[in-house]
Design a protein around this ligand. Structure first.
Ligand code: ADP
Length: 487
């Protein structure tokens, strides 16, 4: 019965063109037969046929036009009109009755043909649109399948609507068809060494917030034990009113890239370790050389040794930075935290760095005692780096202001210069690894773009924040905040 109702429901046949002639033809003939049987044999009143032949047949014309298009509408209208003629032929109407009946039938015939025609045409237009959409969908499906990345599309409720074969390849097993994004677990995944919950995957987050998530790196563990690095993005698919109707996610396999990066990091780590030992000896010998030259030789030789010593100092800083970057990459940067007098540390660094520049005056704005819980050596590194940068990028700026404020929960440190400044665009990137906001004006400042990357990592690992406010040509202020208490 349910199947019969489904078969008869015209709405379920939008886009469907099966039996457009046979089904209306047979049904209409059966309807005519039933009406004739009803009035002649059961009711035994052949003249009472009109109400039975009028309303049900109009309904049938509409039904077949909607279900089978123009052909269905015209077949139903045609058979109805023929049946009407059959009625007046078999019911022996008197002459004037006959004329009235023929006129009525002709008017009804026009109405029925128009009714069947208009509805049938509309139905055919709907079918055409459905066809176009289906074609578009198939084309899109074809493109999605050919993409060299995994693609997942989920509806608002998180049900997977589409996915390409790469998704299964990347996951290492076919994805369940009843999978619900945000609730079910696809696979064991880790983000920044932490296990990812179902609601934390980019697609689930996009479905929950309506916002795009771009390029997050995950490591997944497949059933066979192999590890795959994935870069996953997700973005909402909105309707014309801007309401999210679905969301799509792209999964890119970056395993090879990661392995290569790991090998490169290993190499840098090894090379910097190898460089560190001879450099330390070189510094020691240079120190001895300096002492003996000071006693015996003139200014020229002293200045040469001084320059070699400066260059060795720079080389050592570079090697140390390389080692730190490599430690960050491999998760080996460790901290030993203690109570540190930040104000004293700032004074000490300012004294040392003031001796390196005659052009800028380093000013400490407040000298109240401030204690933080931090790694002393690393905090020293952060401050040195920020103040050295302020000197390096000061241009004609004559002053550099260092301030340190404390409230109940945090300490806020700022280093302000009046130098070349940083554009808004560059501000977003300066804390990235190896980023240098270089242009012609700055090509004279040597550096590798590692300092701020290391600085940010140190502050992040102290559960603090670091940011910059700057205007091109006017100068920059670098801020960092640290929690006062142990965390
Ligand atoms: P670098 O070794 O190149 O100085 P950093 O990581 O310390 O590397 O800095 C990254 C980039 O940020 C620099 O190349 C520079 O362009 C920009 N920068 C850093 N500090 C300042 C500053 N105080 N004023 C202007 N630009 C700065």
């Amino acid at each position: 019965m349910r199947r019969l109702l489904q078969y008869l429901n015209p709405m379920l046949h939008l886009g469907d063109r099966r039996y457009p002639v046979l089904f209306p033809l047979v049904t209409m003939l059966v309807a005519v037969l039933l009406v004739e049987l009803l009035v002649s044999l059961i009711l035994q009143a052949p003249h009472a046929v009109i109400p039975y032949a009028l309303y049900p047949f109009v309904t049938l014309i509409i039904y077949f036009a909607f279900r089978a298009g123009l052909r269905g509408g015209f077949i139903a209208a045609g058979i109805t009109i023929l049946y009407y003629f059959y009625i007046i032929y078999t019911r022996n109407y008197a002459a004037e009755q006959l004329e009235d009946a023929i006129n009525t039938i002709l008017i009804l015939a026009c109405l029925y043909l128009i009714l069947g025609g208009v509805i049938g045409w509309l139905k055919q237009r709907i079918d055409l649109l459905i066809d176009l959409e289906a074609g578009e969908k198939r084309r899109l499906q074809g493109i999605i399948q050919q993409l060299p990345v995994g693609v997942l599309v989920a509806d608002r409720s998180g049900r997977i609507e589409q996915r390409n074969k790469h998704v299964d390849e990347l996951l290492g097993h076919p994805m369940r068809s009843q999978f619900i994004v945000g609730k079910d677990t696809i696979i064991n995944g880790k983000y920044k060494n932490k296990t990812v919950k179902p609601s934390q995957w980019p697609l689930a987050r996009t479905l929950a917030t309506g916002k795009a998530v771009s390029g997050k790196e995950f490591v997944i563990e497949r059933e066979d034990g192999s590890q795959v690095y994935l870069e996953i993005s997700a973005s909402p698919i909105n309707n014309r009113e801007g309401r999210m109707v679905a969301a799509a996610s792209v999964l890119t396999d970056i395993t090879q890239q990661k392995l290569l990066e790991e090998r490169k990091d290993d190499f840098i780590n090894m090379a910097s370790h190898e460089l560190k030992t001879p450099l330390t000896s070189m510094k020691l010998y240079l120190h001895l050389l300096k002492m003996s030259i000071n006693k015996r030789h003139d200014g020229k030789e002293q200045s040469i040794v001084e320059r070699i010593s400066d260059q060795t100092e720079r080389l050592q800083k570079l090697v140390n930075d390389l080692l730190d970057v490599s430690r960050i990459q491999t998760g080996k940067l460790t901290f030993s935290k203690e109570q540190v007098r930040l104000d004293l540390m700032i004074e000490e660094i300012v004294e040392v760095l003031q001796s390196t520049t005659a052009k800028q005056e380093l000013k400490i704005l407040s000298k109240k005692p401030v204690v933080v819980f931090a790694d002393k050596f690393r905090l020293y590194q952060v401050l040195t780096n920020l103040i050295t940068n302020a000197i390096k990028y000061s241009g004609d700026g004559k002053e550099i202001e260092i301030a340190c404020k404390k409230d109940t929960t945090t300490v806020l440190v700022s280093v302000k210069d009046f130098g070349i400044g940083i554009t808004k665009e560059q501000q977003k990137k300066i804390f990235d690894r190896l980023y240098q906001a270089g242009d012609d004006r700055e090509s004279t400042f040597p550096g590798f773009g590692m300092g701020l990357f290391i600085t940010k990592e140190i502050i992040d690992r102290h559960k603090g924040k670091i940011w910059v406010e700057s205007e091109r040509g006017k100068g920059s202020t670098f801020f960092f905040s640290l929690p006062v208490e142990k965390k």
